[in-house]
Structure formats: structure tokens, C-alpha cells
Design a protein around this ligand. Structure first.
Ligand SMILES: Nc1nc2c(ncn2[C@@H]2O[C@H](COP(=O)(O)OP(=O)(O)OP(=O)(O)O)[C@@H](O)[C@H]2O)c(=O)[nH]1
Ligand SMILES: [K+]
Ligand SMILES: [Mg+2]
Length: 446
């Protein structure tokens, strides 16, 4: 166990403009109970039961609040250590006095970001994917992100990766037996059941890697607005963002850089990008803008093509769709804007007027359907982080090497490396620098 008893405000820091009705301070460590006795000058209450107490500063004896306190006896606590919660009134003076009083005890220190969760991990209360699920849940901004984070916090990835690891370890045990008892007449290389097991594992990991739902949901679905100059791309971005994020003007070639806004689209997190109008240009800066627009269109999960109803929009649509490498007619959306200038009737396109406020509901509907469809490839718990992806790519490569290894001993070494890679994801294989990076991203008090 850690020797230090740590404490932190778990609720937002109160300000003059936003004092809280309540504030919660949490403590964890060997002397948490001792701290509570000294702050209340009373014996510890029954574990896990709220008790009303007057709280005093031990250095002055002055009462600073009357609130509810909870005592959690180890080991059945969130961190696995003795823990205390103080539920106080949430104003600045009370919270300030409470933090001072704890400091005056002389044996507690402020927690670092993520330190409570890190202790829970170190005491075997959760694995790294579950800890990351907590961080994602706190950071979740949309309903879909919240659901995914909650699943991960509840161990969906933990179970998947542990299942793979135990299957890999079983295969490894068979290989090691073959090395230790060579006279048992085992064939060279990999044979029979072990080969089948490793091949199956390799295939499952490959399909998990191909499923981008989780990362899309965590980072936001990327949508690119593209089209010819002056079609109203920036006007559309501003309309969807409900603010003047991009410059709109009647000059063709206004937008040069890619401009991003983050949106919640019916529960789906989205990164919407406005891009430069696509045309041939002699202006070097505009050329660079067009290059960036094309790159973004190719990299995006979804594309929205905006055209001008008062021009030859059908011809432009054919030209741009034909030149856009990853255009996907099932998901990508064609919008014909400025229908206040020329009427448009075509079932396949969204008729819009950003200035007249026409067609927005239809467009939002289409966007939500496309977002949902692009999230629905794959089944089971999705991969959510680059950290996991990198380890799984390595794991899969090692399993592939094992399958073609010329000797059992070499195959065993590759399977061992593959299992080490998975162990790094869940934290079974501990790497301290990695832990520092993971827990640094948490907020203080978590
Ligand atoms: N009549 C009409 N004008 C519009 C509509 N939407 C945009 N505009 C006008 O069209 C012009 C170009 O709009 P932008 O949003 O700057 O077009 P853009 O596609 O971003 O243009 P670039 O960045 O230059 O490629 C501006 O003068 C807008 O006010 C519309 O629905 N109807
Ligand atoms: K423009
Ligand atoms: Mg623009």
C-alpha cells in the first residue's frame, strides 16, 4: 500500500460566480480514518453510512462546516485503501477552510491527477482499460460517448482482452510442452490444435482492428464539407455550428484553411470541417487550400458535397464525385444550396437555402442516419484508443510470425511476445512510464 494519505476536491472548484450547493472532498490512504476522527473529534461512524458531523480545523478548533461524512473501511473501497468522503456546503470559504484544515493535519497531501484511480489499479480493483473508461466517462460529451465509456468502465474490453490473453497463454503452454518433451514425437513447426487456436486468435484481432467505431465515437466522427467555390459551404458550417466560425463572403475562394467545429449530432460526436472551394487556381495559397480540402475529403468518415442551385450543379456534382476518391453514395450527402434562387427537385439530394432557412431539418436527418450507419459496422466491444491499437497491431504481427515459424521454440517466443503486447493494454504487463502518461490525463480528484 502507498504510505501517503491523499485528498482532493472531487467536485468543481467553487468560484464567486459559481459557488456549489455541495462540495465533496475525498481522501484515501492509511491515515484517512485518523484524519476523519481528528476533523470531527468523534470516533469513526459505521462504514458506508452517512453521518452528520460538525467539522473543525484541528489547528484552531474552529468549526468550519456541518456536513455529511462517510467512512469506507479497506479493502472494499474504490481504491482498496481506507477512504473518507466529506460532503460539505459548496461555497468558496467552506471549501477553502476544509482544504486548509486537512493540510493542517500534517500527514496528508493533495492528490495528483488520476491518483485515486491509479491506486485502484495498483490495488487490483480495475485494469487499465477500465481506468481509461472512467476518464472517458468523465470526458464524455454526447450520449453515445457516454454509453461506450460506461461499457468500457464495466469491463467490456477487459473481458475481451483477457480472453485473448488466456487463450494465447494456453497455446503457449502447449508449445512449451512440445519443447520440453521433444521425444513425444511432435511434428516440426506448429501443428494441429495449437495452429488452429493461434490462427483463430489472429483472425479475431484482425477484425477488431478493422472496426473503427470506437475511435470514431471517442474522437468524433469526421465530416468534410466540400464543393465548388461560393456554393455556401462556410454558410452551412456556420448554420450547423450556430455561430460565425468561418468567414462568409461573396468572393469566390474565401476559405483557405480547413476550419473545424465540434458538434453533437443526435447523440453522435462530430468534427465538422469546412474546406476551400474546389477549383483550378493560379494563386499558390488557394492551391494549397484546395490540396488540403481534397486531403480532408479523403480522410473524412463522411462527406457533404455543397452545390449552387443557380449554377450547373448536376455537371459539378458529376465532376466532383468522380474526382473524389472515397466518395460513398450510400453514406455521403449531396446538398444543393441557394434554392431560394432556383428551385430544385431531385429525390437524391437535399434542397437547402442557408439564408432562407430551408432544408436544414432534412439535412440533419440525413446526417444523423449516415452517422449512425457508419458507426454500425462490427459487433462486440469496439477498440477505443490508439494505445490499444498499437499494441494489438504488434500482437497480431507476432501471432502471424508464430504461424510461419520454422521451429516450435521460435513460435513459442512469438506467442510470448504477442501476449506481452496484450498485457500492456490491460496493465498485466506493467510499464511505469506508460502509467504516468495514462493517469496524467485524468482530472484531480479522480
Ligand atoms: N441566395 C443565397 N445566397 C447564399 C446562400 N448561402 C450562401 N449564400 C451566399 O453565397 C456567398 C458564398 O457563401 P460562402 O458560405 O462564403 O460560400 P463558400 O462555399 O464557403 O465559398 P468559398 O469559401 O469561397 O469556397 C455568400 O455571399 C453567401 O451569403 C443561400 O442559401 N442563398
Ligand atoms: K465565398
Ligand atoms: Mg468558404
Amino acid at each position: 500500500m502507498n504510505d501517503a494519505t491523499i485528498y482532493a476536491l472531487g467536485t468543481p472548484t467553487p468560484t464567486r460566480a459559481h459557488p456549489g450547493a455541495l462540495a465533496v472532498i475525498r481522501m484515501s490512504g492509511p491515515r484517512a480514518g485518523d484524519a476523519l476522527e481528528r476533523l470531527t473529534r468523534k470516533p469513526l461512524p459505521t462504514p458506508r453510512r452517512m453521518a452528520l458531523r460538525t467539522l473543525l480545523d484541528p489547528s484552531t478548533g474552529e468549526a468550519f462546516d456541518k456536513g455529511l461524512v462517510v467512512w469506507f473501511a479497506e479493502p472494499n473501497t474504490e481504491t482498496g485503501e481506507p477512504m473518507v468522503e466529506l460532503h460539505l456546503h459548496g461555497g468558496r470559504a467552506v471549501v477553502g477552510a476544509a482544504l486548509d484544515a486537512i493540510a493542517h493535519l500534517g500527514f496528508c497531501r493533495l492528490a495528483e491527477p488520476g491518483e485515486f484511480t491509479r491506486r485502484a489499479f495498483e490495488n487490483g480493483k480495475l485494469d487499465l482499460t477500465e481506468a481509461e473508461g472512467i476518464a472517458d466517462l468523465v470526458a464524455a460529451e454526447t450520449a453515445a460517448q457516454r454509453r461506450q465509456a460506461l461499457q468500457q468502465m464495466d469491463g467490456a474490453l477487459h473481458r475481451l482482452y483477457e480472453d485473448w490473453r488466456s487463450r494465447g497463454l494456453r497455446a503457449l503452454a502447449h508449445l512449451e510442452a512440445a519443447i520440453d518433451f521433444p521425444d513425444e514425437d511432435l511434428p516440426e513447426g506448429l501443428a494441429g490444435e495449437v495452429r488452429v487456436a493461434i490462427a483463430a486468435l489472429q483472425a479475431e484481432i484482425a477484425s477488431h482492428l478493422a472496426d473503427r467505431r470506437g475511435e470514431r465515437l471517442r474522437d468524433g466522427l469526421s465530416i468534410a464539407i466540400i464543393g465548388p467555390p461560393n456554393a455556401g459551404k462556410s454558410s452551412l458550417l456556420n448554420l450547423l455550428a450556430r455561430r460565425e466560425a468561418a468567414i462568409v463572403s461573396e468572393t469566390a475562394g474565401t476559405t483557405r484553411d480547413v476550419i473545424e467545429v465540434h458538434l453533437d449530432l443526435g447523440g453522435w460526436p462530430v468534427v465538422l470541417a469546412d474546406t476551400a472551394g474546389l477549383r483550378e487556381s493560379t494563386d499558390a495559397i488557394e492551391q494549397e487550400g484546395v490540396r488540403r480540402a481534397r486531403a480532408r475529403a479523403a480522410a473524412a468518415d463522411l462527406r457533404v458535397l455543397v452545390l449552387d442551385a443557380s449554377g450547373d450543379w448536376r455537371g459539378q456534382m458529376r465532376a466532383i464525385v468522380g474526382a473524389t476518391e472515397r466518395w460513398n453514395p450510400a453514406l455521403d450527402i449531396v446538398v444543393v444550396n441557394k434554392t431560394d434562387l432556383a428551385a430544385v427537385t431531385d429525390d437524391g439530394v437535399v434542397a437547402l437555402s442557408t439564408t432562407g432557412g430551408v432544408g436544414l431539418a432534412d439535412l440533419l436527418n440525413r446526417l444523423e442516419r449516415s452517422a449512425e450507419a457508419s458507426m454500425q459496422d462490427g459487433a462486440g466491444a469496439p477498440l477505443t484508443r490508439t494505445r490499444h491499437r498499437e499494441a494489438l497491431v504488434e500482437c497480431r504481427a507476432s501471432l502471424e510470425r508464430a504461424l510461419s515459424a520454422p521451429e516450435v521454440a521460435l513460435a513459442a517466443e512469438d506467442v510470448r511476445l504477442a501476449m506481452r503486447a496484450i498485457g500492456r493494454i490491460t496493465g498485466t504487463v506493467r510499464i511505469d512510464e506508460l502509467l504516468d502518461v495514462i493517469f496524467r490525463d485524468f482530472c484531480i480528484g479522480k
